[in-house]
Ligand binder design. Structure first.
Ligand code: CP
Length: 304
């Protein structure tokens, strides 16, 4: 496959290849700081039609660390405001000699549409509520580096499952690598159909905490809620927020992940976000390695 559109259709072997290559890039780039030349002559375009801090910046740095040139495109300030379509915009950028396109869009399936129209390889950097494959890959790399394995671990994905592309990609990836996955959140934010993906569902975080090795605290996506948010933010923080009391009731080595951006005081308290169980900034650093691995593998498929 010359595109990376999601983890749903990747095999366990393909996922393991990406994680292994990311580990190799950690060594080759001396922790991500040394510049390589393996993608000299490759052009990577970051097409972001939705806001981003982590994903956009780390794709940009990852491409440059490998020697590629980068083009950054943001919807705001572009000719989209003059009526140019999404596909025409991408075709226009591609015509400037682009080999790989990284696309984020609020509409599920938008990168898949580009994959049908472009000759360039397409990487999904988050499409609406559908998938965010590189986020799940960096989450899995962080778990594997910290706990030595994924197989046999119990991972809880906590919070706004309904709107979470990060949850969906993590579910596909973690199950393929042999983890047990529990999704946990208020009934309003956990779709009933989620069990069809092979996960367990829990509505009480305190009941499952003693069993779990990792919690991934999903951001409450206020911008995607329709109507009033229920439960209230205060109720949500009380029932599902990770705080010091919950850390003390969990397994000793509990790993606390969060894809970010975090709502401090909602999904987790500052005490937890900045505490010894948190690997949030490790996730960000690993994002660079995962994106290097994905860019490298797809550039080679594109004949670079
Ligand atoms: N986790 C994540 O995708 O963050 P950004 O929206 O800042 O890229």
């Amino acid at each position: 496959e010359r595109h990376l559109l999601g983890l749903e259709h990747l095999s366990a072997e393909e996922i393991a290849t990406i994680l292994d290559l990311a580990d190799q890039f950690q060594t080759l780039t001396e922790g991500g700081s040394k510049k390589l030349t393996v993608l000299n002559g490759t052009v990577v375009a970051n097409l972001f039609f939705e806001n981003s801090t982590r994903t956009k910046t780390s794709f940009n740095i990852a491409a440059r660390r490998l020697g590629a040139d980068t083009v950054d495109f943001s919807a705001s300030g572009s000719s989209l405001s003059k009526g140019e379509t999404f596909v025409d915009t991408a075709l226009t950028i591609e015509a400037m000699g682009v080999d790989l396109v990284v696309c984020r869009h609020r509409t599920p399936g938008a990168p898949h549409l580009l994959a049908r129209h472009l000759k360039a390889g397409v990487i999904n950097a988050g499409d609406g509520t559908h998938e965010h494959p590189t986020q799940a890959l960096l989450d899995m790399l962080t778990i594997r580096q910290k706990l030595g394995r994924i197989e046999g671990l119990t991972v809880a994905l906590v919070g706004d499952i309904r709107h979470s592309r990060v949850a969906r990609s993590n579910i596909h990836g973690l199950l393929k690598l042999g983890a047990r996955v529990i999704v946990c959140g208020p009934a309003t934010l956990v779709p009933r159909t989620i069990t069809q993906l092979g996960v367990e569902v829990a509505y009480n975080l305190d009941e499952i905490l003693p069993q779990v090795d990792c919690v991934n605290l999903l951001r409450v996506q206020f911008e995607r809620q329709r109507g009033a948010f229920f439960p209230s933010i205060a109720e949500y923080a009380h029932l599902f927020g990770m705080n010091g009391d919950r850390i003390r009731k969990a397994k000793d080595g509990l790993l606390v992940l969060a894809p970010g951006p975090i709502n401090r005081g909602v999904e987790l308290t500052p005490e937890v976000a900045d505490g010894p169980h948190s690997v949030i900034l490790n996730q960000v650093s690993n994002g660079l390695l995962i994106r290097m691995a994905c860019l490298y593998l797809l550039a080679k498929k594109a004949g670079k």
